[in-house]
Design a protein. Structure first.
Length: 367
């Protein structure tokens, strides 16, 4: 298929959806692109389509919602879901019905559980982006060559360059997603046994490149990686934790656990009272420990991402690290380097292939 024949549909024109669109356009790929949102958005020329995305109900609610979504999905070569995680299943149903390849950025497990009950699924790749996504691809690449794997640790932080409030945190992405991370149960593997621990547990301090951070369990950032490793290595320990500046954890633990506020109230607080910033940074750290030729060995990946000007457009670190992680998977799929149908896991992707994609070089580790 020629690039001119490929029609990519992006659902959701927020910060990440817009970044995906602009990277695709600036790459001169010649793809046809349509981007949908419920509010009129500028900057998309004739590529914009208005859809009621706050409720992509699968069955018609009397407003023609289902018809509009079905019409948008069914003529696309693939769909990129950049909606909040709560909309995943409803949108996926349209892709499943129309046999349209599906990509998303979600950290949520609900879609994974839904797909388990389906047969003959089209190409389906959830958990693209940064974490889950590239954090899994990169950390999995560190495992190669180990005779025995004992520890797999992933640490990711989306931080502000300047932290001036008591939380020592300014928001650079979705308030809904952040609250969901801090509330959900978190996947871990302990001595080969897969299970869950509460969010905000497992507190630790660590030093990376001379800077001290705190880290704790949050939900969703590991995708299917923990379950996959538990079925391969009988005594391995696997966990994913979020990095924050020292002092953040005590305040969020008070809000989420001591006060026991409802999710809607926590989301309102984080959306309305935490400053947003475009001067952010993303830290990605992966570590694997185990034995290579009877020698206890550690392999690590560490990189700090800051805002960049890419093809003339200023992007925050969280925007381009997330968008590039997804677009790398789209490019690998379209080039035939990924399976062409079925559910595809992030850990099945070769890092070397990712680094050869249009923007994949951003993830090359600084030496």
């Amino acid at each position: 298929m020629n690039n001119q024949d490929i029609h990519i549909g992006i659902v959701g024109a927020g910060r990440i959806g817009s970044a995906i669109y602009e990277l695709l356009v600036s790459s001169n790929s010649e793809y046809k692109i349509s981007i949908a949102d419920e509010a009129e958005k500028k900057g998309f020329d004739n590529d914009f389509v208005k859809l009621p995305i706050t409720k992509p109900t699968y069955e018609s609610d009397g407003t023609g919602t289902s018809v509009q979504f079905r019409n948008f999905v069914q003529d696309k070569s693939l769909i990129i879901n950049a909606l909040p995680y709560t909309q995943n299943i409803a949108l996926y149903k349209y892709c499943y019905d129309s046999d349209v390849p599906y990509f998303d950025l979600s950290e949520d497990e609900a879609l994974d559980n839904y797909i388990k009950g389906l047969q003959d699924v089209p190409f389906t790749m959830p958990h693209c982006g940064l974490a889950p996504g590239m954090s899994t691809v990169i950390t999995n690449s560190l495992i190669n060559g180990f005779d025995e794997v004992q520890e797999v640790n992933i640490r990711v932080g989306a931080l502000s360059q300047n932290a001036t409030n008591k939380l020592r945190y300014h928001s650079s992405w979705s308030g809904d997603g952040l609250v969901n991370e801090y509330l959900g149960n978190c996947q871990v593997v302990q001595r080969g046994q897969f299970g869950y621990v509460p969010a905000l547990s497992g507190y630790e301090k660590l030093t990376l490149a001379g800077e001290e951070y705190e880290a704790f369990h949050t939900s969703g950032g590991i995708g299917t990686f923990a379950k996959t490793l538990s079925g391969i290595y009988p005594y391995v320990n696997v966990n994913y934790k979020t990095l924050r500046r020292i002092g953040h954890h005590d305040y969020v633990d008070f809000l989420f656990n001591d006060l026991g506020l409802e999710q809607s109230e926590l989301t309102r607080i984080f959306k309305n009272h935490i400053p947003t910033t475009r001067k952010d940074l993303v830290i990605l750290y992966g570590a694997v420990r185990g034995n290579i030729s009877n020698s206890y060995t550690e392999r690590t990946y560490y990189k700090v991402f800051k805002p960049e000007r890419i093809n003339g457009r200023h992007m925050t670190a969280i925007e381009y690290t997330t968008a590039i992680g997804l677009l790398a998977m789209v490019e690998l799929y379209l080039s035939g380097k990924l399976p062409q149908d079925g559910y595809v896991k992030q850990e099945s992707v070769n890092l070397k292939d990712v680094l050869t994609t249009t923007f994949g070089n951003f993830y090359r580790e600084d030496m």
